[in-house]
Design a protein around this ligand. Structure first.
Ligand SMILES: C[S@@+](CC[C@H](N)C(=O)[O-])C[C@H]1O[C@@H](n2cnc3c(N)ncnc32)[C@H](O)[C@@H]1O
Length: 284
C-alpha cells in the first residue's frame, strides 16, 4: 500500500533505503538532492523542516523522480543542475555532466595563467561550457573560444555563459576540434572523449549522456590524436596545451606529443588516487 502522507525526514529515509538497496552510490546525498529539487528548497531549509509533511503532489513527484533515478537517469539531468568549480551549471541530456576530476585541469590552467599573461584561450569540446565559463569568471581579461562539434551542446554552453555573466568574453564556435580557431592562442584546454569503445557500456551514465562526449574509439585516443595532429600553428610561442586524459593513458599520450613536438616541455599530472589525469605541453 502506498502511503499518502509523509514527512521530509521519512521521505529522505525512504529515498536513502531505496537507493542503498539498488547499490546507488551516496544514497543519502542522492535522496537529499532529489527531495530538495522536488520541494525547491535549499539544504538548510530541508534540515530545519524535517517534520514538515509533503503535499500529495510533492510526494507523487518525489516517487516519480526516485523511479527515474532507479532506472539509471543521473540526478544532474533530473534536477538540471551540477556544481563545477564552485559554480552552478545548467545541464541536460545534450551535454556531458561535468566531473569533479576536470577541476584539476582548470586549476592547472589557472596556475599557468598566474605565471604568464594569458589573453586568448581555446576550450575544445566545451560541452556544458563548464571549463570555459569557470576560466572566464577567474581570468577576467581573457577571451575564450569555446568549440564543440555539437550545436546542441553549444546552446547549453551559451546559456551557462549568460547565467554567469561572461557571454561577452566567450566566442562559441561549431566545428571539428581546432579547425574553427581563427588565430594562435596562449592556451588550449580540452576534455575530449577518451573512453575506449569496448568500455563505453561500463560508464554508469551510459544511455543518458551523449555518446559523442565519451567515445574515444578503439584505444580511447582517436579524438586526442586528431587534436594533436591539428596543433601546429595554433599555439603562440610559450603557449600551452592542457588535456584531460583517462587513467592509464598518460604514457601513450605523452609519447604521441613527444614524437610530434620533440622540443616541447611535457608534464603529467595525477589525481588524488594517483591516476593520470592531465597532460600539459608547453611550446618552447
Ligand atoms: C568529455 S565532453 C567534455 C565537456 C566539457 N568540456 C566538460 O569537461 O565537462 C567532450 C565534448 O567534446 C565534444 N566533441 C566530440 N568530438 C568533437 C570534435 N571532433 N570537435 C569538437 N568537439 C567535439 C563533445 O560534443 C563533448 O561536448
Amino acid at each position: 500500500m502506498i502511503e499518502t502522507s509523509i514527512k521530509i525526514k521519512e521521505a529522505l529515509e525512504h529515498g536513502r533505503r531505496t537507493f542503498a538497496a539498488s547499490d546507488i552510490e551516496d544514497p543519502k546525498l542522492e535522496a537529499e538532492v532529489l527531495l530538495r529539487h522536488v520541494l525547491n528548497i535549499d539544504r538548510v531549509r530541508l534540515y530545519l523542516d524535517t517534520g514538515r509533511e509533503l503535499s500529495a503532489a510533492e510526494y507523487a513527484t518525489y516517487r516519480l523522480v526516485l523511479k527515474r533515478r532507479l532506472n539509471g537517469e543521473p540526478s544532474a539531468y533530473i534536477t538540471g543542475h551540477r556544481e563545477f568549480f564552485g559554480l552552478d551549471f545548467y545541464v541536460d541530456y545534450r551535454v556531458l555532466i561535468p566531473r569533479p576530476e576536470t577541476e584539476i585541469m582548470v586549476e592547472t590552467a589557472l596556475e599557468f595563467a598566474s605565471a604568464r599573461p594569458v589573453h586568448l584561450i581555446a576550450d575544445i569540446g566545451t560541452g556544458s561550457g563548464a571549463v570555459a565559463v569557470s576560466l572566464a569568471t577567474r581570468l577576467t581579461r581573457a577571451t575564450i573560444y569555446a568549440v564543440d562539434i555539437s550545436d546542441e551542446a553549444l546552446t547549453v554552453a551559451a546559456e551557462n555563459a549568460r547565467k554567469h555573466g561572461v557571454s561577452d568574453r566567450i566566442r562559441f564556435l561549431r566545428g571539428d576540434l581546432l579547425a574553427p580557431i581563427p588565430e594562435a592562442v596562449d592556451m588550449i584546454i580540452a576534455n575530449l572523449p577518451y573512453v575506449k569503445e569496448a568500455e563505453l557500456r561500463e560508464v554508469n551514465t551510459w544511455g543518458y549522456e551523449p555518446a559523442l562526449a565519451l567515445d574515444g574509439g578503439k584505444d580511447g585516443l582517436d579524438v586526442i590524436r586528431r587534436l594533436i595532429g591539428q596543433l601546429k600553428g595554433k599555439l603562440k610561442p610559450g603557449g600551452a596545451l592542457l588535456m584531460e586524459i583517462g587513467a592509464g593513458q598518460g604514457s601513450a599520450v605523452t609519447e604521441i606529443l613527444a614524437d610530434t613536438f620533440p622540443r616541447s616541455e611535457l608534464r603529467l599530472i595525477s589525481d588524488g588516487a594517483g591516476f593520470d589525469r592531465v597532460v600539459t605541453l608547453t611550446i618552447t
